[in-house]
Write a new protein. Structure first.
Length: 54
């Protein structure tokens, strides 16, 4: 659980600054990035399946 919490906090802080600096246009990049990082963290913490490259 700690890796997911740290990833969430760091992502929230860094990506919020990115969105503010780009005057809201960064949200187009930030939302998919948050979804991918959350899914990867979830798979790493809660499953034993290896991540496939495909």
């Amino acid at each position: 659980m700690i890796p997911m919490t740290v990833c969430g906090l760091v992502s929230a802080i860094v990506l919020t600054v990115f969105v503010v600096v780009t005057l809201g246009f960064g949200i187009i990049v930030v939302v998919p990035l948050i979804i991918v990082t959350y899914y990867t963290s979830y798979r790493d913490v809660w499953t034993d399946q290896p991540l496939s490259a495909a």
